[in-house]
Design a protein around this ligand. Structure first.
Ligand code: B12
Length: 313
């Protein structure tokens, strides 16, 4: 697999990838996006995660662009230190906010004009003319978070060049209500799991679903997931039943009765350190004929601590 990844990474400039989780309340971090983060980082792409107020996201992104331009005008000032002030000016349009900044530079007129142009770009919505990302992934969860999820997808469309190919939707709501999501946004969501090669890109064979989670993306957002400090995973997939009221047969049509978790936990420890809890998101673990094996593996990992070095909490 490594060889394939190296080959695909060659000759390609890193893509700018944004992972968006709509700003709904949820308990567990978005595992789908954490896997997609691992996928893109392994390909050498530049990955950013966001969950929060979308207006603030846009303003911050424009402030970043302004800062890059200001660096070209006068590189004696560390403009990054003034990002909150610049963002506040873009947001409020209050000119006196940037008085202090102008005092720091010899190029007052140029700096003023630059900041004004980025403030105008936000208010006149011309910032959308320059795509900020090569691809934006939007995850979805409960169908009762319809409005906030659709608004997030509509926002994502403004951040890329070709919304139809560059905005990628997946997860529970995107799968269960795929046609409605397409009607509301014009984008056809991915249905179900990313469990086959070439689902996101045609030039590599990586299967996203089996990748370890990238925990580092969670540090990029202010949102605090109630269930933190844990290894997240599954030890089965799908369900043996096909109840008419339940979305699981659509989401995970195949029942996998035992998915070992040892290696994933080891790789989380190696990359992000030991976690306190194990949170399994299985649908029907008790239906598994290998339930004793599942419990045995958990015991070996956590009770007997058979395999890892590097400590645990
Ligand atoms: C864990 C879980 C919970 C957790 C919280 C989950 C969370 N993330 O915060 C808890 C236990 C709290 C919970 C509660 C409830 N849940 Co629940 N829950 C689940 C479960 C088992 C997993 C959801 C999850 O987080 N999956 C993690 C996923 C996102 O990671 P993944 O599998 O690696 O992702 C793959 C794909 O989804 C896809 N993908 C994911 N994101 C993306 C993004 C992109 C861009 C792409 C391309 C692909 C992609 O690719 C990934 C890799 O293969 C699902 C059933 C299921 N199997 O999905 C039910 C489910 C979502 N829950 C359901 C329900 C009904 C509930 C409750 C309403 C139950 C109740 N009556 O109280 C409550 C609601 C709580 C609330 N008000 O917030 C229903 C939702 C139905 C609906 N209409 O929305 C489901 C589908 C179960 C069912 N039986 O139908 N739930």
């Amino acid at each position: 697999m490594q060889r394939l990844m190296n080959r695909s990474r060659k000759n390609r400039t890193p893509r700018k990838i944004l992972l968006l989780e709509p700003n709904y309340k949820n308990k567990y971090p978005p595992m789908g996006l954490m896997k997609i983060a691992t996928y893109h980082r392994r390909l050498g792409d530049d990955v950013q995660f966001y969950k929060g107020d979308l207006k603030d996201f846009a303003i911050n992104a424009i402030a970043e662009q302004a800062i890059a331009k200001l660096g070209n005008i006068d590189n004696s000032v560390i403009w990054h230190e003034h990002k909150p002030v610049i963002a506040s000016y873009i947001k409020t349009r209050k000119i006196d906010i940037i008085d202090g900044i102008k005092e720091m530079t010899q190029d007052k007129a140029l700096v003023s004009a630059c900041l004004e142009s980025y403030k105008d770009a936000y208010w006149k919505k011309t910032w959308m003319n320059t795509p900020l990302f090569d691809r934006v992934y939007v995850t979805t969860l409960f169908t009762f978070y319809w409005d906030i999820t659709i608004n997030t997808i509509l926002f994502a469309k403004q951040l890329v060049k070709n919304p139809h190919s560059d905005v990628v939707i997946g997860g529970v709501m995107g799968t269960v209500l795929a046609d409605d999501v397409e009607a509301a946004t014009g984008i056809k969501p991915f249905k179900g799991l990313l469990d086959k090669p070439r689902m996101l890109d045609k030039d590599n064979d990586i299967i996203v679903d089996v990748l370890p989670l990238d925990y580092s993306i969670l540090k990029e957002v202010d949102y605090e997931y109630p269930e933190t400090d844990a290894y997240y995973g599954y030890m089965t997939r799908g369900c043996i039943r096909k109840c008419s009221f339940c979305a699981v047969p659509t989401l995970e049509p195949q029942y996998s009765q035992y998915i070992p978790i040892r290696e994933k936990i080891q790789s989380t420890i190696d990359d992000y350190g030991a976690q306190r809890h194990l949170l399994l998101l299985d649908n029907n673990v008790l239906a598994s004929p290998q339930f004793p094996d599942i419990i045995q593996e958990i015991k070996e990992i956590f009770v007997q601590k058979l395999f890892w070095v590097g400590g645990m909490k």
